[in-house]
Ligand binder design. Structure first.
Ligand SMILES: [Zn+2]
Length: 396
């Protein structure tokens, strides 16, 4: 009997995560009109017309209801890009009922996850180029951990639970980043912009497209920049982003389709990166952003729709990975088997696979009582089931 743990849940080829950075109790006014225009909201307006969530829901999430979204939340008062610049509105996450209600609504949605993205996002200077990302500002490990713990408490005050993971601001770890993440109890973290392997051809062992463990924390890679436009989206002709995408293709033969197809063919993580809003305090457009990229996002998710994908949040991905790493299968006599674990992580669903030999298979208990049936995917049969460690199961 051949029986293995599937790399991904439901024997999918690749997991897909939709990551949106910088949700905050913030808005930036771009037009002179009093009413909220699309793109001006970073989260402050909750579910109002033209808010960030309203735009994203109507233009993407309702069309692709299987998408799971991980939103990275700035917990305290966000700093501007440079000193002297201001937001239209800027408050901590716990400051008003509207934003609190909105966050509580989001965290109650089965297809949404809120994750940690610092307290202030960093420190502004007179010049934009001197902006320090939050983890770069920490001068000791103690300062880093106490600031993270302060942010986590704000998060818990509003959402009744600590965040399970998060992402560095600007992917900058500073001197104490990785130690501070491991010391503050996160299960998973987004440490790097791993898309540089594809985008700029950078090869460095810290970048890769798969999951790994960093000081006890699951390192989830960031692999797809959703502002890399498909050349099939003609509406975007002659924008700067379109020209960059065209350059990548003409000079290096790179397209977003090929990048995603390569991740998929290698069974790697497809994590699609976005920001909530195009507008920053310095008047420049922030890329990627859900508004400028909305056609491209629709294109990417239609492209993925034809594939065998596990749409997941970062937390569910980390849980499955930890279970897969720690559980082993012992094959016993008469088509029976048992699972054991090094750590107590196997509370999640696990997917087992066996080659399809022309016959259907069922999962039964030791006495032969039917529990569930295997399903087909590619040339294999698979089953996703809440297996119990130590219990004897039988394949029939
Ligand atoms: Zn950010």
């Amino acid at each position: 009997m051949i029986l293995n743990i599937a790399k991904w849940k439901d024997n999918a080829v690749s997991p897909v995560i939709f990551m949106v950075d910088d949700i905050a109790n913030v808005s930036v006014k771009n037009s002179k009109r009093e009413k909220l225009e699309i793109g001006e909201d970073w989260g402050q307006y909750g579910r109002d017309n033209n808010s960030m969530w309203d735009f994203l829901s109507k233009n993407l999430l309702e069309k692709f209801p299987h998408i799971q979204t991980t939103l990275f939340l700035v917990t305290d008062k966000r700093v501007p890009m440079a000193l002297g610049e201001t937001y239209n509105y800027n408050e901590p996450m716990d400051r008003n009922k509207k934003f609190i209600n909105f966050l509580q609504y989001l965290s109650s949605q089965p297809n949404v996850e809120l994750a940690y993205h610092g307290t202030t996002h960093g420190k502004a200077s007179i010049k934009h180029k001197d902006f320090l990302q939050e983890w770069e500002t920490f001068k000791t490990l103690d300062i880093a951990t106490s600031e993270i713990n302060r942010g986590k408490e704000l998060f818990k005050k509003v959402l009744s639970a600590y965040p399970t993971g998060g992402k560095y601001c600007g992917y900058e770890a500073g001197k104490f980043g990785d130690d501070s993440i491991s010391k503050t109890g996160f299960k998973w973290w987004c440490y790097h912009w791993d898309g540089v392997i594809w985008d700029r051809g950078i090869k460095n062992s810290k970048y890769n497209y798969d999951l790994e463990i960093n000081q006890g924390v699951v390192d989830i890679p960031s692999t797809v920049d959703a502002s890399t436009l498909s050349l099939k989206i003609v509406k975007k002709f002659f924008t700067r982003k379109y020209l960059k995408s065209l350059y990548l293709y003409l000079k290096k033969g790179k397209t977003i389709e090929r990048h995603i197809a390569s991740l998929y063919n290698n069974g790697e993580v497809i994590s699609i990166q976005e920001h909530t809003s195009p507008y920053r305090t310095d008047g420049r457009i922030q890329y990627p952003n859900i508004v400028s990229d909305i056609d491209n996002l629709n294109y990417i998710f239609s492209f993925l729709n034809k594939k065998e994908i596990w749409y997941t949040t970062c937390n569910a991905l980390a849980d499955y990975y930890l279970t897969r790493l720690n559980v082993t299968i012992q094959i016993k006599k008469n088509n029976t088997f048992q699972l054991s674990t090094k750590r107590n992580v196997a509370k999640e669903l696990l997917t087992l696979v066996t080659p399809f030999m022309g016959e259907e298979r069922s999962l039964c208990d030791e006495e032969g009582k039917f529990l569930s049936i295997f399903k087909h995917k590619r040339d294999e049969l698979y089953i996703t089931y809440p297996f119990k460690i130590g219990k004897i199961y039988k394949l029939i």
